[in-house]
Design a protein around this ligand. Sequence first.
Ligand SMILES: Nc1ncnc2c1ncn2[C@@H]1O[C@H](COP(=O)(O)OP(=O)(O)O)[C@@H](O)[C@H]1O
Ligand SMILES: [Mg+2]
Length: 343
Amino acid sequence: MSMTAPILEVTGLKVEIPVRDTVLRPVRGIDISVAKGETVAIVGESGCGKSLTALAIMGLLPRQAKLTSERIDLNGESLSEASPRRWRKLRGDRIAMIFQDPMTALDPCYRIGDQMAEILKQHRKVSRSAARERSLELLRKVGIPSPEERLNQYPHQLSGGLRQRVMIAMALLCEPELIIADEPTTALDVTIQAQILRLLRDIQRETGIGLILITHDLGVVAGMADRIVVMYGGEVVEAGTCDDVLARPLHPYTEGLMRSIPVPGETRRGETLGFIPGVVPRQTGDLTRCGFLERCPYAHAPCAEGPIALRDAGDGHLMRCVLPADGSGRDPEAWTRQSEASS
Ligand SMILES: Nc1ncnc2c1ncn2[C@@H]1O[C@H](COP(=O)(O)OP(=O)(O)O)[C@@H](O)[C@H]1O
Ligand SMILES: [Mg+2]
């Protein structure tokens, strides 16, 4: 069978933001593609450039940010030069976004039903009653009890979990080809988190929508994603199928993220998890060596000899690291020594 053409194809995505004394380079040339029916997770700590990548794909970057990209194609249409007007037409219709905090996307002054009808009217010729029917249908689909009542309520009358369900319903209104969910459950408590993720997964599988799921929590992606893209310091440092990356993390940063996932039955309550000492550095200038060097327990001379290329370790599993892909050259005690040295 031939490969399905991707819904989204992004190559060489860069974002630069001039600040008072310098130019930040929070996104340094990202490639991402999403096929029909595929879920791609973008994973990395806070500050790695995940949200700016999402906003760039949505045409929603802050005004002062400068976007350059070899290519942003949505179902064959080139968007790298699209006008603000074109973006407004696409957003909510062919691509939709779900944010971490629904209160930033919902208008506190309007009833849920009116906000949903407004989105529909922007993109489709629909009557009032048809808009209401479609809204009800979607509120039901995302598991909201008494949807008729909810339509007449204001966002603050809903719990955080219900608001996030409303956001998902809104994203689905015009049957988009691609949804970008940026930390959609981070603000919710653990039980609700699991429910919302399951809902997103079920809807994604049922509709065949392409989904980009952004999270700082690698533990969230197992069972959700087909592929994982690990971002560090504005670059892709590892990418591959979910199974490959979780079973055989190749970049030390991914290893570090995995050490931070609690293991049910093994991690005791209150126990400190393995974490990665240090912070994501501020991104300016050109990289002249590995961006993860300062925090890497395996760092050695070759890591400083120049910027590290992203290479294929076999079967499309990509790594941006000089270590051998077979796991040799990694001392299992290195992480422990490093966290002891930093505490
Ligand atoms: N409007 C902005 N002005 C200046 N710096 C910004 C702006 N937005 C984001 N940044 C910086 O860019 C980096 C990446 O941000 P972001 O994409 O939000 O990271 P993530 O979503 O992975 O946490 C961060 O260091 C952040 O401080
Ligand atoms: Mg973010």
